[in-house]
Write a protein that binds this ligand. Structure first.
Ligand SMILES: [Zn+2]
Ligand SMILES: [Zn+2]
Length: 159
């Protein structure tokens, strides 16, 4: 599975993967697209929405539309550099696909919140699994239920 520590050459590696993909698909190599990739693979970007990404781009003085940022994320998902989580009508949540700390997701079916969950036993179990005639590169485990905030709200409503 993916290793947990962020390596100094991480951005160079993902840039090379993105390079190959853009070349193969004959998509344009724009500085904006690489800037988005850099942000996705910088620390502090665990689970994020397009809105956050737009703000980060602005901080770096990139003048890009929301559509451009969105389209770039679609490309990153297409080349398996990012994972997209979409739940009901909530805004999509993204995260990097490679060099991510192993973790699972608790997803509230009421408010759509995605909570990062780290269960060392489960992570070890899945990490140690070998699958016949298959080489896993990453996995995504979602556990659906009701978050504590919604549970509290539901209790209040019932009173
Ligand atoms: Zn995640
Ligand atoms: Zn909830």
């Amino acid at each position: 599975m993916t290793n947990s520590k962020e390596k100094p050459d991480l951005k160079t590696k993902v840039r090379a993967l993105f390079d190959d993909f853009l070349l193969e698909k004959q998509y344009r190599k724009t500085p904006e697209r690489y800037a988005v990739l850099d942000i996705v693979y910088s620390s502090g970007s665990r689970h994020f929405e397009i809105e956050w990404l737009c703000q980060e781009m602005e901080k770096q003085a990139f003048r890009v539309s929301r559509a451009t940022v969105y389209n770039t994320m679609q490309l990153l998902v297409e080349c398996h550099l990012a994972i997209k989580h979409q739940f009901r009508k909530k805004a999509s949540v993204y995260e990097r696909a490679l060099y991510n700390d192993p973790h699972h997701h608790l997803i509230c079916t009421q408010c759509g919140k995605i909570i990062e969950h780290k269960d060392p036993d489960l992570i070890q179990l899945i990490g140690a699994k070998s699958i016949r005639r298959f080489t896993p590169s990453y996995y995504d485990l979602n556990i659906y239920g009701i978050c504590s905030t919604c549970t509290r709200m539901n209790r209040k409503k019932r009173k």
